[in-house]
Design a protein around this ligand. Structure first.
Ligand SMILES: Cc1cc2nc3c(=O)[nH]c(=O)nc-3n(C[C@H](O)[C@H](O)[C@H](O)COP(=O)(O)OP(=O)(O)OC[C@H]3O[C@@H](n4cnc5c(N)ncnc54)[C@H](O)[C@@H]3O)c2cc1C
Length: 466
C-alpha cells in the first residue's frame, strides 16, 4: 500500500466509470495513481452502478450489435437531440474515439451482451454490459487494482488547493492512513454532477425541486464542480439542463435506479393533476424521446403526472418495480389517482374520438395518429378502451445535471480567461455539458465518461511525467 502522504503523479476524484477509465489509462501510461471515492465501498461507482449500455459508433454489425452506426449518423442524432447545443469539435472527437472504446473497454475486462428487445430499439446503436453497470464497474476496479492503482473509499474530498489554474493538493473530510491532504502532479476530476444536491437544484427550479426524485447516487452533490468553478475554471452548460425521465412517483428519493422508470408513455396518454394531456406522447421513438418526460412533468402543477393506458398493452413494455394502479372504469381509476373523474373521462373520450385508423408498429414512426385534438399524438395512437384501465403516477426522475467544467480535446479544464489549466483534467458527468447542451440519446453518458476518462487519464499522466 502506498503512503498517502507521498506525492502521486495523478489524483482521480470519483469512483464511477469516468474515474476508473481515467485511472486505468493513467496507470497504463506509467503514472502512479490514487483514486478517492467519496462513497463507502458497497456504494462505490456513483451513477455508473445503475447503467446498462453505452452508445458507440461502428462501421459494421458486431457479435452483439445488429448493424452499423456510423460516425455521421451518431453526429446527426446528437445534433438533432441537442438542438445544436453542443461543442461540435469535442462532440465529433468523442464520436470518433467511441469507435475504439468498444474494444478498449473489453481490454479492461468488461464484457458485452446483445441488446434487450422490446420497446428499447437500441440493438443497433448501443452495446449492453454483461451483468449491467455493477458488473462493468467490478471489472474496471479489478483491472485498476491489478495494475497497481491505489483506491480509497469513504474518501470524500472537501477542499481543493488550486493556484492560478494549477492543482496542488486535495483535502479529505476525514484523514485516511494518517493523511488529510493529498498531493499530486495532476488532477482528474470525475466526481459527477450536482443532481443529488436539492438545495443547489432549488437555485434554478425553486421549490419544485423538492418534488424531484434522484435516480442515482446521493453522493453526487456537485461539491468538486463547485470548488473548481469557484477557483476560476470556466463553466459550460445551462444549469437548468439535465437528463430527467418520468419515474414512478412511489420510487425512493435516491438510488431507485432503472427499475423505477416507466417506458409505457407511447402506449397510452399522459395527463396532469387536472386530467389534461400536455404533450405529444408519440413524438419519436423511445431512445430519442424518453429523456424529455422528466422535464415535461417538472413543468406540470405539483410536478406529478399519470400515464394512462389499458389492459391490451400491458405486456408491450418492460415491467417496473411498481404495479400499475387499476380501475374497472375510467371513473374508478380517476378516483384511485385522486383525479376529477369527469375530467379524465372527457380527456380519454376526446382522445379516443380523435384516433385515426392505422397500422400499429412500435418499432417505426407508424401512421397511428390523432386528428383534431391538441396536443396531437402523432404516432402509436390507439384507443384506450379495454378494461381494466391502468395508470402509473410519475414524477421527474433526475439522472444527471449538465452544468460542468469546460474542457478541451485533451480533457484539460479551461480557465475563465480561456487558458488551459496547467494540470487539471475532467471527465464524465462533471464535463458532460460540453457535449450535451440539452437533450439526450440513450447511452451517451457512458460514452462521455469512457472517452474523456481515457483521454484525461492519458493526458494527466503525460502532464505529470513532464
Ligand atoms: C438509473 C440510471 C441509469 C442510467 N443508465 C445509463 C445507461 O444505461 N447508459 C448511459 O450511458 N448512461 C446511463 N446513466 C447515466 C450514467 O450513469 C452517467 O452518465 C455515468 O455513470 C457518469 O459517470 P461518472 O463517472 O461521470 O459519474 P458517477 O458514476 O456518478 O461517479 C461519480 C463519483 O464521484 C464520487 N464523488 C462525488 N463527490 C465526491 C467527492 N467530493 N469526493 C470524492 N468522490 C466524490 C461519487 O461517489 C461517485 O462515485 C444512468 C444513470 C442512472 C441514474
Amino acid at each position: 500500500m502506498a503512503d498517502l502522504k507521498s506525492k502521486f503523479d495523478v489524483l482521480v476524484i470519483g469512483g464511477g466509470n469516468a474515474a476508473l477509465c481515467a485511472a486505468i489509462s493513467a496507470r497504463r501510461a506509467g503514472a502512479s495513481v490514487l483514486v478517492l471515492e467519496g462513497a463507502p465501498k458497497f456504494y462505490r461507482g456513483g451513477n455508473t452502478r445503475h447503467t446498462r449500455n453505452m452508445r458507440c459508433a461502428h462501421d459494421a454489425a458486431t457479435e452483439i450489435l445488429t448493424g452499423p452506426y456510423t460516425e455521421e449518423e451518431f453526429w446527426d442524432d446528437l445534433l438533432r437531440l441537442t438542438g445544436g447545443q453542443t461543442d461540435e469539435e469535442l462532440a465529433k472527437f468523442m464520436i470518433k474515439e467511441s469507435k475504439d472504446i468498444l474494444n478498449w473497454i473489453v481490454e479492461q475486462g468488461v464484457r458485452w451482451q446483445p441488446s434487450l428487445g422490446g420497446t428499447l430499439s437500441l440493438g443497433r446503436t448501443n452495446s449492453f454490459f454483461l451483468g449491467g453497470g455493477r458488473a462493468m464497474l467490478n471489472a474496471l476496479y479489478l483491472t485498476a487494482e491489478k495494475l497497481g492503482v491505489e483506491i480509497r473509499y469513504d474518501a470524500e474530498v472537501t477542499g481543493l488547493n488550486i493556484e492560478d489554474g494549477m492543482f496542488l493538493s486535495a483535502n479529505l473530510k476525514q484523514p485516511i492512513d494518517g493523511a488529510s491532504e493529498i498531493r499530486a502532479s495532476a488532477l482528474v476530476a470525475a466526481a459527477g454532477g450536482f443532481e443529488a444536491n436539492i438545495e443547489w437544484l432549488k437555485e434554478y427550479w425553486g421549490e419544485a425541486a423538492d418534488n424531484f426524485l434522484i435516480r442515482g447516487t446521493p453522493f453526487n452533490r456537485g461539491s468538486i464542480l463547485k470548488m473548481l468553478l469557484d477557483k476560476g475554471v470556466q463553466d459550460i452548460g445551462d444549469p437548468t439542463q439535465c437528463h430527467a425521465v418520468a419515474i414512478d412517483a412511489r420510487a425512493p428519493k435516491f438510488d431507485g435506479g432503472i427499475i423505477t422508470r416507466h417506458d409505457s408513455v407511447v402506449f397510452g396518454i399522459v395527463v396532469n393533476k387536472h386530467a389534461q394531456r400536455f404533450y405529444d406522447e408519440g413524438e419519436d421513438i423511445w431512445p430519442k424521446r424518453y429523456a424529455i418526460w422528466g422535464r415535461l412533468v417538472a413543468a406540470q402543477p405539483d410536478q406529478i403526472a399519470y400515464i394512462i393506458f389499458d389492459s391490451s398493452v400491458v405486456t408491450s413494455f418492460m415491467p417496473t418495480l411498481f404495479p400499475p394502479i387499476a380501475g374497472a372504469t375510467i371513473a374508478e381509476l380517476a378516483g384511485k389517482l385522486e383525479l376529477d373523474p369527469v375530467a379524465l373521462e372527457k380527456t380519454v373520450a376526446e382522445f379516443n374520438a380523435a384516433v385515426q385508423p392505422g397500422r400499429f408498429d412500435h418499432t417505426i414512426l407508424d401512421d397511428c395518429r390523432t386528428e383534431g385534438i391538441t396536443p396531437a399524438k402523432t404516432h402509436w395512437a390507439r384507443k384506450i378502451e379495454h378494461a381494466p384501465y391502468l395508470a402509473y403516477p410519475v414524477r421527474p426522475g433526475i439522472t444527471f445535471t449538465y452544468l460542468g467544467t469546460r474542457v478541451n480535446r485533451q480533457s484539460r479544464m479551461v480557465m475563465k480567461d480561456g487558458k488551459p489549466s496547467a494540470n487539471m483534467f475532467a471527465a464524465g458527468e462533471i464535463m458532460a455539458g460540453n457535449v450535451l447542451g440539452k437533450g439526450y440519446a440513450a447511452g451517451i453518458g457512458m460514452t462521455i465518461g469512457s472517452v474523456f476518462g481515457r483521454v484525461a487519464g492519458r493526458e494527466a499522466a503525460k502532464n505529470a511525467k513532464n
